[in-house]
Structures are given as C-alpha cells and as structure tokens.
Design a protein around this ligand. Structure first.
Ligand code: ADP
Ligand code: ADP
Length: 234
C-alpha cells in the first residue's frame, strides 16, 4: 500500500505577470517500507515539494495523501497534530536543541506526543542503539561531531514511529565519511525497522543509497531509477 500518494500537484509562486511554476503536474507514490530519493539540481523544486508534503506549504492544485489522509483537505488546526503523529523530519542543519542533551532531544519528541514517562527511556535507548549513538546520549550538541548530531536528529525523527520520514539534504553539512555512516544507518532503519523514507538531495552519492530514485527538473519528474531491476543477463 502507498504511504504517500501525490497526484498532479502544481505549485505557483508570485502573482499575475510574475509567476514561477515551482512544481509542474507532478505525480508519484511512496510505498510502505520504501526508501525513495528525489534528486535534482538547485532550483528544480525539491524544497518546495518537501514543504508541500510536510504541510508547511500548500499546493496550488492537486492532492497529496499521506497514510490515507488527503493533507490538502486538512484544516489548519489539525496540521500540527498530523505532522507530530505521522511525520519525522531530518534537516540539513540537524535542528537539535542546544540546551538539551542528545537523550533529551530524542525524548522530547516522545514527550510532546504524550508518551508515558515510564516508556521513554527504553524507547530512546533502543533507537539510539540502532543508530549507534548510545555513547553520546549524555552529551550536548556542541560536544558532538556533525555525524553524531545527524544520527541523534535521525533518532529523534524515528523514535515516534512515524509513517513517513522526510529527509532534506541530510548529508549536506557532513564530510564524506560521516555521510556514508549516516546513509548506512538509513539503510539499516529501512531494512530492519521498515521505516519509510523520502529523501531529497542534489547529491548523487547520497541519492544512490535509496532503493528508488526520482529525478526532478523544472518541477517535473523526468526519469526514475529502481535499484535491483537490471535486466541484463551474463
Ligand atoms: P530546490 O529546493 O530544488 O533548490 P526550490 O523548491 O527551492 O528548488 O525552488 C524551485 C523554484 O521555485 C525556483 O525557481 C525558485 O526560485 C522558486 N521559488 C521557491 N520558493 C519561492 C518563493 N517563496 N517565492 C518565489 N519563488 C520561489
Ligand atoms: P532550505 O532547505 O532552503 O535550507 P529551510 O532551512 O527553511 O530551507 O528548511 C529546510 C526544510 O525544513 C524545509 O524544506 C522544510 O521541509 C523543513 N521545515 C522547516 N521548518 C519546519 C517546521 N516548522 N516543521 C516542519 N518542517 C520544517
């Protein structure tokens, strides 16, 4: 089943005489348990698309359904709860809270969701083990490397068990070694926990970790690569 279904979406910026079409009749699906990459150059519409999927911006026309809910029809007052319950976010710049430890940053996501206090420590620890950050749980962001911070941010995104994780240039602030470690963690989360991931990037190395890569240009998907479907025979 589809976790995300985008149907003929368009997004215009500006007004009469000065209109930019940032997304142009774009349709695609993300299946439950998939790891999808959207790759395209700067200005191709990646951020706009992610903003529309994450409900921070609205499409001009078309529909986006996430876990059975058409988000273009959701009332404003329900959006925050929807984001909190259904989505996990991973940002280029980590967006960790500087005054909280790694443990507290991850725990906060659960607290906000209303998780029972007695369940929180074990959920944080289990998730931290998956991301190999158990040893930094008592550290503050300024005491961690970029790679560690992004794995903490990833733990925060998945600890609430969202139906869809959205990652925006997750390796954009990391060196190549940290990028590889992070992307290997994404692969593991996708394989072991069946976490559904949608990741946008301009970087081919980063995109190559996805199972399916959609190529976007001028707001349109112009090609698609599905890994493991090479039909050549030896
Ligand atoms: P990417 O994330 O791939 O770099 P964007 O989604 O940021 O692409 O931009 C897609 C297009 O939409 C670009 O032409 C950009 O200039 C335009 N755009 C994005 N946001 C706005 C905005 N708030 N107002 C006007 N134009 C915008
Ligand atoms: P850029 O990608 O150009 O650096 P921003 O730093 O403004 O743009 O935002 C990065 C991404 O973070 C956005 O594409 C958006 O999907 C997401 N984002 C920003 N603010 C929020 C928020 N309050 N809630 C959820 N997602 C957000």
């Amino acid at each position: 089943p589809s976790i995300l279904h985008a149907s003929h979406i368009e997004k215009y910026f500006g007004n009469k005489g000065n209109v930019t079409k940032a997304i142009d009749d774009l349709s695609f699906d993300v299946e439950k348990g998939d790891f999808v990459g959207i790759m395209g150059p700067s200005g191709s519409g990646k951020t706009t698309l992610l903003n529309c999927i994450s409900t921070i911006d609205t499409v001009t026309t078309g529909n986006i359904t996430i876990n059975g809910q058409d988000i273009t029809k959701l009332k404003k007052k329900h959006l925050e709860k929807f984001r909190r319950d259904e989505l996990g976010f991973i940002f280029q710049d980590f967006n960790l809270l500087d005054t909280l430890t790694a443990f507290e940053n991850i725990a906060l996501a659960l607290t906000i969701q209303g998780e029972k206090p007695s369940n929180i420590a074990s959920k944080v620890q289990t998730t931290a083990e998956k991301l190999e950050i158990s040893s930094v749980l008592n550290k503050f962001p300024y005491e961690m490397s970029g790679g560690q911070k992004q794995r903490v941010a990833s733990a925060r995104a998945i600890v609430t068990n969202p139906s869809l994780v959205l990652a925006d240039e997750p390796t954009g602030a990391l060196d190549s070694k940290s990028s590889r470690l992070l992307l290997e963690s994404f692969e593991k989360l996708n394989q072991d926990l069946k976490t559904t991931i949608l990741m946008v990037t301009h970087d081919a190395f980063t995109a190559s970790y996805a199972n399916r890569i959609l190529f976007i240009k001028d707001g349109q998907i112009f090609n698609e690569l599905v890994k493991g479907t090479d039909t050549r025979k030896e």
